[in-house]
Design a protein around this ligand. Structure first.
Ligand code: ADP
Length: 609
């Protein structure tokens, strides 16, 4: 025999539990993955957006830088052709410098140039927009400046450098002034980008303008100026180009510049770079937009949204699962109920079948018992009739003797009358004989009927005729006892539904009991009444006997109730039975309070139409 230990095989519930845990774990991992992915995607998208904004800002900043440079470049170009400039350079002594200074100052002021000045072919400044200030350029020698040397050589030049006097950086744009006998000198404008830088700063931008070697020239953060955004291959040449002496070119704390994320001074930025164009060849302008907190916010809100959506989805799934589980459980319960119902119906049907069979058996038994009882009743009735026959036989014999004697007398007289030729009288005698024979025949027919077993057929019987039949059987006894028979008047021809012989049997039983009760009493009388209703007829037989003692009245219709020495106590029982067979009843009339002594029985029978 196999013994299963607890825990050998998980129960259905345990399996479901571990399955749920597994599903939950998978869902949790999937959710974490989705949250992380959503964060990444949102971050990338926000970075791309920032990149686009940075690119837009870069092109705008580049354009404004280029436009400033191009505008300033025009000034030395135009001034190089100015006759006053040319005149001054041709004959510095003979021309009033002050007037030109004022003009330069006015132009510089108008064009927002830093300084505007004219340098002679020897490199010494002869006129300057700042001549009336403390740091006037006039008299200073700029022969070493690249913008001077190159312009003298090539016609025009530009150079970003630190101001030797002001020590402020700026872009120097120079243009050669042509004379009849060769170059007269150079007109120079210095452009400072302080305003532009301030504008960029105030619009929240981080901007770096670098030269071809990656050295920062203009910037929103002055600390980075002249810093190297990438390692310099030739720092000395760079220093020389910028003419910043032996100033250091420290590395700018910038990592990963390009289109990707850049880290500047430890902070993340989304960069956008591009050249400044023909306005400043080799220059590059980079705009950096702070990546944080924009990217983190975007990532976090996407993560949160995904988390919420995931939770909601999970909740919905959970609810759906629960609903499904509930529905399944309900279905199972319903199925179980159905099975139970079917089982009960089957068992009940079987029970009913059994009891039906039993009932059928019982019914058959009852029917058999009924048949036996009916046969018994018939036997009893027959016995009662035979006993009546026995009792009335002597009386009837006496009753017949007398008419037979009369017949003989009429016959003898008739014979003598024929002999005497008195034919008329003789015929009368024969008529009498025939009449008497008829009466005798009626009596014997009644007797024969009593001896035969009743056929059980019911038909309309004239009540009067039945009473006559019964009385004729008892006629001898009535006469011997001197009992008066009173027949109350009633409507003629009343008929009931009954059997002829059995109806007479009832009446004989009642009349015999009355006669018994009247034995030895004075003025014995039996009154017979017929009361016809619309549906029934009541036949009452009343005697003037001693009556029935009260303690006997309730048992009268029980078998073997008798007060007579030779009585059987069956007469009333059988009579009641026969009355019921006809659809009627036999009852004892209640005592008439304070009335005459005696007994009355009433036989109620259905009236024949
Ligand atoms: P039985 O005549 O054999 O006694 P019944 O059933 O005919 O049986 O009558 C039962 C009893 O009812 C009688 O013994 C008698 O005491 C009483 N009884 C019936 N009819 C009368 C009557 N008319 N007057 C007085 N007593 C009666």
């Amino acid at each position: 025999m196999a013994i299963m230990h607890a825990g050998e095989r998980p129960s259905g519930k345990d399996r479901t539990g571990s399955l749920s845990a597994f599903v939950f774990a998978v869902a949790a991992v999937a959710m974490l993955g989705a949250v992380a992915a959503a964060g990444r995607i949102a971050r990338d998208r926000a970075a791309a957006e920032l990149g686009a904004r940075a690119a837009a800002a870069q092109s705008l900043a580049g354009a404004s830088l280029a436009s400033v440079i191009e505008k300033q470049r025009l000034i030395p170009m135009v001034l190089a052709r100015d006759p006053e400039v040319q005149a001054l350079l041709e004959a510095p002594a003979g021309n009033p410098r002050n007037r030109l200074d004022a003009k330069l100052a006015a132009i510089a002021d108008e064009a927002a140039s830093s300084v505007l000045y004219v340098v002679g072919a020897d490199g010494v400044a002869v006129a300057a927009s700042n001549d009336n200030g403390p740091d006037s350029f006039v008299g200073s020698n700029y022969g070493f400046r690249i913008y001077f040397i190159a312009a003298m050589k090539h016609g025009a030049a530009q150079q970003y450098a630190l101001g030797t006097v002001s020590n402020r950086p700026g872009l120097y744009l120079s243009h050669r002034v042509e004379g009849l006998d060769g170059p007269l000198g150079v007109v120079v404008v210095k452009v400072e980008f302080g305003d532009l830088e301030a504008r960029w700063r105030s619009s929240g931008l981080v901007v770096q303008v670098t030269d071809a070697n990656g050295v920062v020239l203009a910037t929103t953060n002055p600390v980075w100026r002249f810093g190297a955004t990438r390692p310099l291959t030739n720092p000395a040449a760079e220093r020389a180009a910028l003419q910043i002496g032996d100033a250091e070119l420290p590395p700018v704390p910038l990592e990963g510049s390009g289109d990707e994320m850049a880290t500047l001074d430890g902070r993340d930025y989304v960069p956008a770079s591009g050249s400044v164009g023909a306005a400043a060849p080799g220059w590059n302008l980079s705009v950096f937009l702070p990546a944080e907190p924009a990217l983190s916010i975007a990532a976090r809100s996407a993560q949160l949204t995904t988390l919420l959506a995931g939770l909601l989805l999970g909740l919905a799934l959970y609810a759906a699962l629960r609903r499904r589980r509930w529905a399944l459980a309900r279905q199972a319960a319903l199925a179980a109920m159905n099975t139970e119902l079917e089982r009960r119906v089957a068992s009940r049907t079987e029970e009913l079948n059994r009891s039906n069979t039993a009932l059928a058996g019982e019914i058959a038994e009852r029917a058999a018992a009924e048949t036996r009882a009916r046969a018994l009743r018939d036997d009893l009735a027959q016995a009662n009739r035979l006993s009546i026959l026995g009792q009335v036989a002597a009386g009837v014999a006496h009753e017949i003797n007398q008419p037979v004697a009369a017949i003989r007398a009429y016959a003898e007289t008739g014979a003598r009358l024929i002999d005497a030729g008195q034919m008329g009288d003789a015929r009368e005698n024969f008529g009498e004989i025939a009449g008497i024979t008829g009466r005798v025949g009626a009596i014997t027919q009644s007797l024969r009927g009593f001896a035969r077993r009743g056929k059980g057929e019911l038909r309309p019987i004239e009540v009067e005729a039945a009473i006559d039949g019964a009385l004729s059987l008892l006629a001898g006894r009535i006469r011997d006892a001197g009992v008066a028979i009173l027949r109350e008047p009633h409507a003629p021809g009343v008929a009931v539904i009954a059997g002829r012989i059995r109806l007479e049997q009832i009446l004989v039983n009642l009349l015999q009991n009355a006669l018994d009760a009247l034995a030895g009493l004075s003025d014995p009388t039996i009154t017979i009444g017929i009361a016809a209703g619309p549906d029934s007829v009541a036949i009452t037989i009343r005697d003037t006997g001693a009556g029935i003692p009260p303690d006997l009245r309730n048992q009268l219709f029980m078998p073997f109730t008798t007060t007579k020495a030779k009585g059987l106590g069956l007469g009333l029982v059988i009579s009641g039975d026969l009355a019921r067979e006809f659809g009627g009843a036999l009852r004892l009339e209640p005592d008439t309070p304070g009335g005459a002594a005696g007994t009355a029985f009433t036989l109620d029978l259905p009236r024949a139409p």
